[in-house]
Design a protein around this ligand. Structure first.
Ligand SMILES: NC(=O)c1ccc[n+]([C@@H]2O[C@H](COP(=O)([O-])OP(=O)(O)OC[C@H]3O[C@@H](n4cnc5c(N)ncnc54)[C@H](OP(=O)(O)O)[C@@H]3O)[C@@H](O)[C@H]2O)c1
Length: 329
């Protein structure tokens, strides 16, 4: 009893002697608790309370263009948009693959219309005449949604900078920055005219983490985030009814990267559903899938000395694994 009394009395005694120190500690504690509660509340609201306002973008014959939709997350977006009442323009570089996806979509959703937009980003990015001609073919549709999903680049993800070839750098920049900026710039007047409309840009959590071996890819994805955020505020400042939303994505299991699925690694369809559910949330950048946000903040919020060492070790392991996988292919 005596021990308990002395423990309880110690802070009171210190408080009497150093009231300023205690007032400061109390203020820091209150601010920290307030901030933590606010970010938990914002997380819970976004992922479990908010309802998508995608319906707002539906007209009599609404169309959505999804870049990189012959496979992976883009193909899943196309399926999901068709099932939510949109006609879809599939973009990609492989006509046969795109035709197969088109047939799949029409079989599942016979009342929808599906078009193909063929443009090889690796070969033709920067070819303004070719892009203008491809975009002109979409002149007659009521375009309401643009999903800038195409991304990635070189065959390897983890590349030391000195091992990049000139083409790897160009490819990462064309696939993750240039094409989406140039395509959106051309479609923007139409999206403004057809407003309300939506531009969703697919990013990656590599732009959130200070990891080695992704200097160009991580930088390119960070461009997407900054570009998206700026465009979001540009539309608001100009009074245009165009929602611009950057969706950050963590690991997803796709045919190109068939990782085992678990709560942190959803399949592409689950990822697309969850991303579309964030439409209308009023923010410029969000995580599309709550376990990805949790995963990323667990790492980002660690003290930097611990986080940086941990990330360097994890990524080195991933790079070595990737090299082994490529050798056995
Ligand atoms: N998967 C993940 O774990 C993950 C994680 C974070 C972020 N992301 C982001 O999510 C987006 C989609 O990723 P994903 O994994 O679904 O990619 P994916 O499976 O590799 O599919 C990419 C799509 O882009 C197309 N494409 C590739 N190169 C092209 C080119 N040169 N020109 C035109 N189209 C081309 C592909 O066509 P083909 O069918 O012809 O190859 C395919 O339709 C990307 O922006 C990626 O950075 C993915």
């Amino acid at each position: 009893m005596e021990i308990i009394n002395s423990i309880l009395q110690t802070p009171q005694a210190v408080f009497r002697r150093k009231p300023l120190v205690w007032a400061l500690l109390a203020a820091v504690g209150t601010i920290w608790t307030g901030k933590t509660l606010a970010s938990l509340g914002s997380f819970a609201w976004l992922h479990f309370v908010h309802r998508s306002s995608l319906e707002r973008y539906k007209s009599k014959t609404p169309w959505a263009l999804v870049t990189g939709s012959s496979d992976g997350i883009g193909k899943a977006f196309a399926h999901e948009l068709c099932s939510r009442g949109f006609n879809v323009v599939l973009h990609g570089r492989n006509e046969k693959k795109l035709e197969n996806v088109r047939a799949e979509l029409l079989k599942e959703h016979p009342t929808r219309k599906v078009r193909i937009f063929l443009f090889d980003v690796a070969v033709s990015a920067g070819d303004h005449a070719r892009l203008d001609a491809a975009v002109d073919q979409l002149e007659d549709i009521d375009l309401k949604v643009l999903i800038n999903n195409v991304g990635g680049g070189a065959k390897r993800l983890w590349i030391p900078l000195q091992d990049y070839s000139g083409d790897d750098t160009r490819l990462f920049l064309d696939m993750n920055c240039r094409f989406q900026a140039e395509l959106t710039q051309r479609l923007l007047p139409r999206l403004i005219k057809n407003g309300p409309s939506l531009i969703m840009n697919i990013g990656s959590f590599v732009s959130e983490l200070p990891a080695p071996y992704i200097s160009v890819f991580g930088g390119a994805k960070a461009f997407g985030k900054a570009w998206s955020r700026s465009l979001h505020f540009e539309m608001l400042t100009e009074g245009h009814d165009v929602e611009v939303l950057q969706v950050q994505v963590g690991m997803v299991s796709t045919p190109n990267e068939p990782r085992p699925e678990n709560i942190f690694v959803p399949n592409a369809r689950r990822m697309a559903q969850s991303a579309l559910d964030k439409v209308g949330c009023g923010r410029s950048v969000v995580f599309g899938y709550w376990p990805h946000q949790l995963h990323c903040s667990l790492l980002v919020d660690l003290p930097s000395v611990v986080r940086d060492r941990l990330l360097m070790r994890i990524v080195k392991g991933l790079k070595e694994q990737e090299e082994r996988d490529l050798k056995t292919e």
